[in-house]
Design a protein around this ligand. Structure first.
Ligand SMILES: [Fe+2]
Ligand SMILES: [Fe+2]
Length: 448
């Protein structure tokens, strides 16, 4: 029995026969004379797919020219068996020469026995994230509806109705779904207020507990549910703002009545929560989540509050609030790729945001947060699935579109820490790439 699959260099095993070389290091991009001569000589008799003047061409390897970018080498003649039968020696040579991905025929069914326990664990973790994302879509929607209902009830009664939202908080915390909600939040359009509260709560909770674990810090909350709840209710003062202003898709003028009303929501949140005898930390977070490091900025409110007056948790919430606002699509502006949002906020640390809380946040979520879509150095596109403990630039990824622009169906987890020849080149706006299907593409990831 045999099976045809696409694999990365690190996953080649001796029970495989290479049918085609499909991913290449940068040396094969717009090739120089030496590389061109090298492949003509070493792959004589094969065919190649190359990009020449932005056009894809299939030709005998002998017709490849300098400046071509090689995409595929295939149709190996019998005399080139030494380049197709996988041995340790061949793997070594392939690595040295920058050949990174292959279409292979697997000769026996069991191929994963040789994979390390760590790799299997990483695959299980990434698979778990995809499953949690599938379940999380409904949870996030339900929680978002609960926030909307609760805001309406608060508008009517002047008191926050907590039972419904607490049920969602409990469910999300107990099913460990904050990672998934964070991913969904960056892949799916959100409304201005309701899903924002859910996403902010999930991102805050996720980052905060990672920070506490990393620093050996005792969380300031009674339990994890309380931290998530604090995120859920931080904008509840918005219940005092007329709905047409709250749901408006127009950006308000700087000193307009509407803008002033919008900017009063943190004070109103704090008043509401304090009147319900909520803990100081919950009130503090709601009260000060729009205070800027430089509080003379127009966008810093309430006025007259210094960042030094804030609890650490509130400083962190200031960052999460803006991060979510950037990655969550608002109707009046374009959304940001998570990594691009990270780099943007990074440029404002020490101006708008507390630099220490910012460093903690980036360490927790990574330079390329999970579910970011990235372009790799071989031009393929991948989703980030998990962070590295050692290098924020080297997360674990899954390639979803190959360098030729074809969707990949055999998904494989690639650890960029191990695959030295492959690196992230840039963030990609998932919406520009996949339209409204970004979340579906993420959910279709099937790891073997
Ligand atoms: Fe707010
Ligand atoms: Fe907010």
């Amino acid at each position: 029995m045999s099976e045809i699959k696409t694999v990365n260099l690190e996953n080649l095993t001796p029970n495989m026969e290479i049918l085609a070389y499909t991913r290449f290091s940068g040396a094969y991009k717009s090739m120089d004379e030496n590389t061109t001569t090298f492949i003509k000589k070493n792959f004589a008799g094969t065919k190649a797919r190359v990009i020449r003047n932005s056009k894809t061409i299939e030709c005998p390897i002998n017709n490849v020219l300098p400046k071509d970018t090689v995409r595929k080498i295939y149709d190996f003649p019998k005399q080139l068996q030494k380049r197709t039968l996988v041995t340790d020696g061949l793997i070594h040579a392939l690595k040295k020469r920058g050949f990174l991905g292959f279409e292979v025929r697997i000769k026996v069914a069991k191929v994963y026995g040789a994979k390390s326990e760590d790799y299997k664990k990483a695959v299980a973790k990434a698979g778990d994230l995809v499953e949690k994302v599938k379940e999380g879509v409904k949870k996030r929607e339900g929680a978002s509806d609960a926030i909307e209902d609760s805001l309406d009830a608060t508008r009517r009664t002047g008191k926050i109705q907590t039972s419904d939202i607490k049920a969602y908080v409990d469910d999300i915390v107990q099913s460990s779904s904050t990672d998934a909600i964070l991913a969904i939040g960056s892949l799916k359009r959100s409304d201005q207020t309701y899903a924002h509260c859910v996403d902010v709560a999930a991102i805050f909770h996720n980052a905060y507990y990672k920070i506490c674990r990393k620093k050996g810090k005792t969380p300031a909350f009674m339990d994890e549910e309380e931290s998530m709840f604090a995120g859920f209710v931080h904008d509840f003062g918005k219940s005092k703002i007329p709905k047409d202003i709250l749901d408006s898709t127009v950006r308000f003028e700087r000193d307009s009545k509407e803008m002033k009303l919008m900017q009063s929501h943190p004070v109103m949140s704090a008043q509401l929560l304090a009147s319900m005898d909520m803990k100081d930390i919950i009130v503090d977070m709601a009260h000060y989540h729009h205070v800027k490091y430089d509080n003379t900025m127009r966008s810093s409110y309430p006025k007259g509050v210094s960042i030094d007056d804030l609890m650490y948790e509130s400083k962190l919430l200031c960052i999460v609030d803006v991060y979510q606002a950037l990655i969550g699509r608002r109707s009046y502006k374009k959304s940001w790729a998570p990594g691009a949002a990270i780099r943007y906020i990074d440029s404002l640390a020490g101006v708008e945001f507390d630099p220490n809380a910012w460093n903690d946040f980036v360490e927790a979520v990574g330079t390329y947060p999970n579910s970011s879509l990235v372009r790799l150095s071989d031009d393929s596109l991948a989703y980030v699935m998990d962070q590295s403990d050692n290098d924020p630039e080297k997360p674990k990824i899954v390639i979803v579109k190959d360098a030729d622009g074809n969707m990949v169906s055999n998904h494989e987890l690639v650890d960029l820490e191990k695959e030295k020849d492959l690196e992230i080149e840039e963030d990609v706006d998932h919406e520009e790439e996949f339209g409204s299907n970004a979340l579906e593409v993420f959910m279709s990831i099937k790891l073997s």
